[in-house]
Design a protein around this ligand. Structure first.
Ligand SMILES: NC(=O)c1ccc[n+]([C@@H]2O[C@H](COP(=O)([O-])OP(=O)(O)OC[C@H]3O[C@@H](n4cnc5c(N)ncnc54)[C@H](O)[C@@H]3O)[C@@H](O)[C@H]2O)c1
Length: 254
């Protein structure tokens, strides 16, 4: 939670992957705090539905259909958001996916390329596109979703995805440290298994193994990630930058 009451009133957050799961839950949490939300997603209808839902709680909300792997589309989205709200204070990169589960020897060139395009290029594109604006303002917080998988390597099913999320952790750290003296903070979150549409690619057996491996014996909720994003962006968290924070019920998937 922020230190100052009404801290988020009239501030603006851009959320990629805002139509579903962690992005959607985070959008609702920021709207609860009075922030404007730009709901960006490749799922145009889903983004519109979420933006409509947020507007009903009396905050500014705008849906943008965007593929984060397309740099021109990302630049247009950020320019449009600035035109609409005047300033974008926070960027939350939630868009991401594992594509499909595959053992290392079964990862083909297309799965490898798509996984890196979405999870790594997407984060690179949005960060590089928004930073000049944040630097002009002398203020901005970026939060990127990595994964607990980056620490375990995803053996047997997700080395493509785990290694891409490792790149997200490192890229976040580098950007945070490069701009640390110019009003910018950047952090990543490494969740354990969270109960969202993301898990549709996991077999019931894999989901059970994941849950069994979590000391709390359950998956996390998207709201449990969204509340951390809120704290990271707030004035209660001003000495924290560069690192990743694990939210995983005490452990994670082996
Ligand atoms: N759910 C988990 O267990 C889990 C664990 C660790 C990390 N994560 C990460 O959390 C993030 C959010 O995932 P989630 O669990 O909310 O899944 P989700 O599938 O519910 O949401 C992902 C959203 O990203 C959007 N998206 C996909 N490709 C896109 C693109 N090219 N451009 C723009 N938007 C795109 C989807 O349409 C969807 O709305 C992802 O980065 C995921 O890798 C999830």
């Amino acid at each position: 939670m922020p230190k100052t009451p009404d801290f988020f009133q009239n501030r603006t957050i851009l959320i990629t992957g805002g139509a579903s799961g962690i992005g959607h839950a985070t959008a609702a949490i920021f709207a609860r705090e009075g922030a404007n939300v730009i709901v960006a997603d490749i799922d145009a209808e889903g983004a519109k539905t979420v933006a409509r839902e947020l507007r009903s709680s009396n905050v500014g909300a705008e849906a943008v259909a965007v593929d984060v792997t397309d740099r021109t589309a990302v630049d247009d989205m950020i320019a449009g958001g600035i035109r609409k709200f005047g300033q974008i204070d926070y960027l939350f990169n939630s868009a991401g996916a594992a594509g499909r589960r595959a053992s290392f020897l079964d990862i083909d060139a297309e799965l490898w390329r798509q996984t890196y395009a979405l999870n790594v290029d997407g984060v690179f594109n949005t960060m590089q596109s928004i930073l000049p604006h944040m630097l002009d303002n002398g203020y901005g917080v970026i939060v990127n979703i990595a994964s607990m998988a980056h620490r375990r390597g995803g053996p047997g099913h997700s080395t493509h995805y785990a290694s891409a999320k490792g790149a997200v952790v490192t890229l976040t750290m580098g950007v945070a440290r490069e701009f640390v003296d110019r009003g910018i903070r950047a952090l990543s979150i490494s969740p354990g298994p969270i109960d969202t549409a993301f898990q549709a690619i996991s077999s019931p057996e894999l989901k059970q193994r994941m849950t069994d491996d979590v000391p709390m014996k359950r998956m996390g909720t998207p709201e449990e990630i969204g509340e951390m994003v809120l704290f990271m962006c707030s004035d209660g968290c001003e000495f924290m930058t560069a690192d990743t924070v694990y939210i995983n019920g005490g452990g994670g998937f082996r």
